[in-house]
Design a protein around this ligand. Structure first.
Ligand code: ZN
Length: 356
């Protein structure tokens, strides 16, 4: 039965084996390191289930109340902390320390899951360090990060580290098909633009607008004719397309999650309902969706120029460089509309098919 415990963690056999072994005699803290969409959070949930399961302690039966609640992040002894901003703030560190020193709500163990903190405030790190180093015997930390930021290095050194990698593209595609996507060609297509991120691939697989958005991006180089009017029209369409990407499957899932939390709040009250954490996560998911969408669009545009490289090599190289520069700029510049306009103006100066 326990083989099903990690069935939603795809392509991470080594990490899953490490977590299975660890759950039998857990230490005080684990650090799960892996890129977005590699399944860290699902792995952490199942690991928590194994730690909290009363039927098969240290293994996780996968089906009892403890396992079911833990895997839904609704177990009273699985406490999730979400970042409220770009980094973990001092007040949040205080709250984590306080919570770590409380007794478990139900059983003899509690799991504190710190989800995807980009970095830790310099004044928050020492507070957290002391507790992560030596929490009460009943507390186990599971910390999720994409990589180990500077302020987290010392804390990381006190944890058992488990690495997850990007999900191989072929496995992303076959997983989409196994999960019900009818067209293997579409699955391969989607997998190829998702960079090993199964979460993003799943989202696109259920997103009816994906193909239309991709052809819009692919049409960009051919539509830029050197005029400002073309730049303005294309930019407007791209911005509208990115906005439409945000009202697809993600907003449906978020609405369902918000309704479930609202229901819980009406039963047990605001405290412990997880409403604030959910709202924070939803905001982060939306931000990430927007930047994912733009990145995917830019990669599509760059692909068109690359494909044209045989007929117009110099143009293609300049265009691809401009697109890649824009993708880097995106990290610092959150104004997507302005960034797009600037990029399109540059690309507009290098019309595909023009003599070099
Ligand atoms: Zn169980």
């Amino acid at each position: 039965v326990s083989s099903a415990l990690y069935d939603d963690v795809v392509g991470q056999d080594r990490a899953v084996a490490a977590l299975r072994a660890a759950a039998v005699t857990p230490v005080h803290a684990y650090l799960l390191v892996g890129p977005p969409g590699s399944g860290k959070r699902a792995a952490a949930r199942s690991f928590a289930a194994a730690l909290l399961c009363a039927v098969a302690p240290g293994v996780g039966c996968g089906s009892c109340r403890d396992c079911t609640l833990a895997r839904a992040e609704a177990h009273p002894d699985l406490v999730v902390f979400e970042p409220e901003g770009a980094f973990l703030r001092v007040e949040q560190a205080d709250e984590i320390v306080r919570r770590a020193n409380l007794s478990p709500a139900e059983g003899d163990r509690q799991v504190l899951l710190l989800a995807d903190f980009g970095d830790v405030h310099p004044q928050a790190a020492p507070k957290l360090l002391k507790t992560v180093e030596e929490p009460p015997a009943s507390t186990v930390f599971v910390i999720l990060v994409e990589d180990v930021p500077r302020e987290l290095v010392t804390i990381a050194s006190r944890c058992v580290r488990v690495d997850l990698g990007p999900v191989p593209v072929a496995l992303v595609a076959s997983t989409l098909v196994a999960e019900g996507l009818a067209s293997p060609e579409l699955a391969a297509d989607i997998a190829s633009v998702c960079g090993g991120r199964l979460d993003r691939a799943r989202l696109l697989a259920s997103d009816e607008g994906f193909l239309a958005r991709r052809s819009l991006w692919a049409s960009v180089p051919g539509r830029l004719d050197g005029t400002g009017a073309a730049v303005a029209a294309v930019a407007d369409e791209l911005v509208a397309s990115m906005a439409s990407a945000a009202v697809g499957p993600l907003s449906e899932r978020q609405a369902a999650e918000a309704a479930a939390v609202e229901e819980r709040r009406s039963r047990i009250g605001e405290r412990g309902s997880g409403r604030k954490a959910l709202e924070d996560r939803h905001k982060r998911e939306l931000r990430r969706l927007r930047s994912d969408e733009l990145r995917f669009g830019l990669a599509t545009v760059a692909g068109v120029y690359r494909a044209a490289a045989t007929t117009a090599p110099a143009t293609a190289v300049a265009a691809v460089a401009a697109v890649e520069a824009a993708a880097k700029e995106l990290v610092r510049n959150p104004n997507e509309a302005l960034l797009l306009q600037a990029l399109l103006l540059r690309l507009s100066a290098t019309v595909i098919g023009a003599p070099e």
